[in-house]
Design a binder for this molecule. Structure first.
Ligand code: ATP
Ligand code: MG
Length: 399
């Protein structure tokens, strides 16, 4: 028996005139990722992508797991591909039904006949297939109104497909269809979730991490690489840029009032993020900030950082509770890495009494005590890039 994978498009079917653009982007992504599992044919028609293995060595279990992580698809199912002939279909149903329908008590058959030359019409196909299933599994009952499972028999142009049930796909939009943004990625719980959420809306993610060696360790950076690897399962290849803010933190520590350290550091991060986004053609920034979560995330504190932004800043976690963010981080498998106890540059030189209602002119007065432009330019020169592909970190620097 030949097994294939059927994938249903999500929101892109609503895209009107632009639908072709989204479809071809999604098909390309499915092709790229399915070829990793062996030879196969990927075809799109009628809001469905069909993945048809072309060799026994195609890893259909691996491919099925993978396809459930591709944004833009709302439902996936495994189907039998059989010859377009009622005897062949009946034989296949007899072999397939005992396992495929083992968990159900009631069923109904739905038939779709795209090939109008097929001898039986849809009601006749339903009747014939329902009869075969009932004779194979006499304990099952037909329920046309509220069945536990719908068995679908599709007569397509080249073959017949039989399938039942559907798993949820990743949803969202194809990655890359909504532009490119720079994710400020720390080692915490929130920023990987923020990156995942924006990627789900079709944003191609590039990452920026600030380190503060020797105050932060090599292991702390590896932790962030591990997080980016997990994200790349959904987002595809990620270029993670790393900038050292050691000199900036030392200057702030030496010259500025302690209460302002975190705010001032965040303003430097914003300037460096603008510069990095510009250099790597990103159109927006993404952070994991959540309103009121810490002192630097009050409305006033976000305000004194946000004034420096030169492009839209997306904060998809802004209205979420920590518990909600954690639920997503568990689902995308970043949580266990995020809670590893390594320091972040934001936890170095933390003020004992951070300002929660900062006033912009006072922040600027504090900031004027250091040479902002030189510090920013020098920090930007420390930038190096780690290319993270398919869960593998390629530690080659790109520049
Ligand atoms: P997270 O769980 O994402 O670390 P957090 O609750 O620890 O969030 P902060 O440390 O205040 O919050 O950081 C807020 C946001 O600033 C982060 O979500 C991230 O986008 C960005 N950020 C913080 N530290 C770094 C860093 N070292 N490198 C890059 N971005 C950072
Ligand atoms: Mg953090």
């Amino acid at each position: 028996m030949n097994e294939i994978i059927l994938c249903k498009y999500g929101e892109i079917v609503l895209k009107g005139a632009n639908r072709k653009f989204f479809e071809s982007m999604l098909n390309r992504e499915v092709k790229r990722r399915m070829y990793l599992y062996g030879p196969c044919e990927v075809r799109a028609s009628q809001s469905t992508i069909t993945i048809d293995p072309k060799s026994d060595c195609f890893d259909i279990d691996g491919a099925y797991n993978e396809v459930r992580r591709i944004f833009g698809l709302v439902g996936v199912s495994r189907a039998l591909k059989v010859e377009k002939d009622m005897d062949a279909i009946s034989l296949a149903l007899r072999t397939w039904a005992p396992t495929a329908l083992a968990a159900y008590k009631t069923f109904k058959v739905e038939a779709k006949r795209s090939d109008k030359t097929f001898a039986l019409n849809s009601p006749e196909i339903c009747e014939a297939c329902g009869g075969v299933i009932l004779s194979t599994l006499p304990r099952l009952r037909v329920n046309v109104h509220k069945p536990d499972v719908v068995v679908r028999v599709e007569i397509r142009d080249t073959a017949a497909y039989i399938h039942a049930g559907q798993d949820k796909g990743a949803g969202g939009m194809p990655v890359g269809s909504a532009g490119r943004a720079l994710l400020l990625l720390s080692g915490g719980i929130d920023s990987p979730v923020a990156g995942y959420m924006m990627a789900k809306r079709g944003v191609k993610i590039e990452a920026l991490h600030f380190e503060s060696f020797p105050y932060t360790s090599e292991r702390a950076r590896e932790k962030v690489v591990d997080l980016a690897k997990k994200l790349s399962v959904y987002c595809g290849e990620i270029h993670m840029h790393v900038i050292s803010v050691t000199k900036i933190q030392e200057a702030l520590n030496e010259h500025c009032e302690e209460d302002y350290f975190t705010l001032l550091l965040r303003r430097f991060m914003m300037r460096l993020a603008n510069k990095t986004a510009d250099a790597y053609k990103c159109q927006a920034l993404v952070t994991g900030e959540s309103l009121g979560q810490v002192a630097s995330q009050t409305m006033e504190a976000l305000g004194v950082t946000n004034v420096l932004a030169e492009m839209p800043v997306f904060r998809p976690c802004i209205g979420m509770d920590k518990e909600e963010i954690i639920a997503i981080s568990r689902a995308i498998d970043t949580f266990d890495i995020s809670i590893e106890p390594f320091e972040d540059c934001c936890t170095v030189f933390t003020p004992r009494h951070p300002r929660t209602k900062p006033v912009l002119w006072k922040v600027e007065r504090e900031e004027a005590k250091v040479d902002v432009d030189t510090l920013v330019n020098e920090a930007f020169e420390t930038l190096y890039t780690i290319k993270i592909t398919r869960g593998e970190a390629d530690s080659d620097t790109l520049n």
